[in-house]
Design a protein around this ligand. Structure first.
Ligand code: 5GP
Ligand code: ZN
Length: 121
C-alpha cells in the first residue's frame, strides 16, 4: 500500500520510535502520547482490519502485546495497560492498516476506566 503511513514506517520510509520487532510485527510509539509510552503494534503486512489478519498470526500477536505491556511495566511507565483495536471507521479507525493500541496506565493518570458506557457521558 503506497500511501499507507504504517507501511511506510514498517519499511523505514517514515520516522517512528521503534520499541519492538519480531518476524511479523513492529511496535512503535504513537505520535499521540496520551499517556507516556503509548505504543502501537502493527503487522508488517498491510491488513486493513483485524478481520483481514490471518489467525495464524494470533500467537505472535499475543506475544507482542505481552512483551510490550511487560516492558512498559518493567520500565516504570505503567502499572497496568489497556489493549484496544479499532476496526473500521465507525469504530474509530483512522489509519486503515490494522494496529493494536497499548495504553500504559497508572493510578493517577487522570484517565477514566475504559468502559463503553463512560464514552456516552
Ligand atoms: P486509530 O484511530 O486508527 O485506531 O489509531 C491511529 C493511531 O495512529 C492514533 O493513535 C494516532 O495517534 C496514530 N498515528 C497516526 N499517524 C501516525 C504516525 O505517522 N506516526 C505514529 N507514530 N503514529 C501515528
Ligand atoms: Zn499499510
Amino acid at each position: 500500500m503506497e500511501d499507507c503511513i504504517f507501511c511506510k514506517i514498517v519499511k523505514g520510509e517514515a520516522p517512528a520510535e521503534k520499541v519492538y520487532e519480531d518476524e511479523n510485527f513492529i511496535g512503535f510509539l504513537d505520535v499521540n502520547q496520551v499517556t507516556d509510552g503509548k505504543t502501537l503494534i502493527v503487522p508488517k503486512k498491510h491488513y486493513k482490519t483485524l478481520l483481514d489478519m490471518p489467525s495464524s498470526l494470533g500467537n505472535e500477536m499475543l506475544e507482542a502485546i505481552k512483551k510490550v505491556g511487560l516492558d512498559l511495566i518493567d520500565k516504570g511507565k505503567a502499572e497496568g495497560f489497556n489493549v484496544l483495536i479499532n476496526n473500521f471507521e465507525v469504530a474509530g479507525q483512522v489509519v486503515p492498516h490494522a494496529h493494536i493500541h497499548i495504553l500504559p496506565r497508572k493510578k493517577e493518570d487522570g484517565l477514566k476506566r475504559m468502559y463503553l458506557e463512560d464514552a456516552k457521558k
